[in-house]
Ligand binder design. Structure first.
Ligand SMILES: *Cc1c(COP(=O)(O)O)cnc(C)c1O
Length: 394
């Protein structure tokens, strides 16, 4: 199986549905990506940065006490140990390096929870580039610590007051900036969504997760895993893990979305489980929409999963049945969060706790010899106050 990416399509999904004024920037980016990313010097420079700056390779850890509870072998891919605390740095380092090869002097990015903004501000400081981060005003208030972090790193943080004042509006504003500034500015898109070539670029930069995991599981267990499990917001940590295993049909892919207060409640962010195909942010993919085709408002306890769209390659995987998509609720994720703290001494990000929750919920389906790899996309320090607040209330 091979996704057709030549024109930015994954089956019938993907593409580049943007205003004419954005096309020159995207065309230049696609050309630069195809030209530079294949060159030996570029690959070596990126590999060296990932190793010396971001702390790769991240460990693949057999979680023994958690495994005993589940009843099979559960390995954790420790993206929580990557620099800045999540997988985001893999993509921001790659795109910043691409920007430098294109002689761009400035990075811009959208951010929701602030994790992608922090990772972008980090690499901008590292490379001595100017940096502006667009953030919805509501998110600005909810994730204030990350606003402070971005400012410490020298970034300008711009509050977005339009629309629902969250991530999707921040993306619109960042695109507007880029139309006017692309001769000297690169837009660091944060996930595998958006117009071509972003779904391809971000997936390839995140595929380092799956390449490492494949080598590590063969070393440690002597065979490929039975399941790969990852949470799906925009879909980058999951595709990064899945992609290098795509031709191994016996390895099952499970993508776990946020069911929030329950799929029937209307308060969730389960785009692949409950959305319909449509266009959002320049790409044809599953989208959460209301009866009139307007973008639905979303809810999840984890800010990183709170997005009404999803990368087009996931929509393609769903359609051809290469991956299965399910959703777990806020309370199931919170239970998994505590279980991992207590069983392994690891505080996971609430996003990652969704992937763990699926494994817990489905533990009866596993045989003793099954090997499951869960992508621990980030660490949970950022969520500790939120969890305390929620549980204090209850
Ligand atoms: C941003 C984020 C996610 C969601 O984004 P994807 O593109 O779906 O990976 C998941 N986990 C963590 C820790 C994040 O910071």
């Amino acid at each position: 199986m091979r996704a057709k990416t030549a024109k930015g399509r994954f089956g019938r999904f993907g593409g580049c549905f943007v205003p004419e004024t954005l096309m020159p920037a995207l065309t230049e980016l696609a050309r630069a990506y195809y030209r530079f990313s294949r060159q030996k010097d570029f690959k070596e420079e990126l590999a060296s940065l990932l190793r010396r700056y971001a702390g790769r390779p991240t460990p693949l850890f057999l979680a023994e006490r958690f495994s005993r509870f589940i009843g099979c072998e559960v390995y954790l891919k420790r993206e929580d140990l990557a620099f800045t605390g999540a997988h985001k740095i893999n993509n921001t380092l790659g795109q910043a390096l691409l920007a430098r090869w294109c002689h761009k002097k400035r990075l811009i990015a959208e951010t929701g929870a602030g994790q992608h903004g922090v990772a972008t501000a980090t690499v901008a400081a590292l490379f001595g580039m100017k940096c502006s981060i667009y953030m919805g005003e509501l998110d600005w208030q909810r994730q204030h610590l990350n606003v402070v972090r971005m400012k410490l790193l020298g970034a300008e943080v711009i509050p977005v007051r339009s629309g629902s004042k969250t991530l999707k509006d921040a993306i619109n504003e960042t695109m507007r900036d880029w139309i006017a500034s692309f001769p000297y500015t690169h837009y660091v898109f944060g996930t595998v969504a958006g117009p071509h070539p972003y779904p391809l670029i971000v997936r390839n930069f995140q595929a380092v997760i799956g390449r490492e995991a494949k080598r590590q599981i063969l070393e440690q267990a002597g065979r490929l895993p039975d399941y790969l499990v990852a949470c799906v917001g925009g879909g980058s940590n999951s595709l990064g893990l899945f992609h290098p295993f795509r031709r191994h049909r016996e390895v099952r892919f499970i993508g776990v979305e946020a069911a929030g207060r329950g799929l029937a409640s209307g308060f969730h962010a389960a785009t692949l489980c409950r959305g319909r195909p449509g266009v959002l942010h320049g790409s044809f993919s599953y989208v959460l929409q209301d009866k009139n085709g307007q973008i639905a408002s979303t809810h999840s306890v984890s800010a990183g999963l709170d997005y009404p769209g999803v990368g087009p390659e996931h929509s393609y995987y769903r359609e051809i049945g290469r991956a299965s998509y399910t959703a777990v609720t806020d309370s199931e994720a919170l239970r998994a969060f505590h279980l991992l703290c207590e069983k392994e001494g690891i505080i996971p990000a609430l996003e990652s706790a969704h992937a763990l929750a699926w494994v817990i919920k489905n533990r009866r389906r596993f045989r003793k010899r099954d090997i499951v790899i869960v992508n621990l996309s980030g660490r949970g320090d950022k969520d500790v106050a939120e969890v305390a607040k929620i549980e204090g209330k209850e």
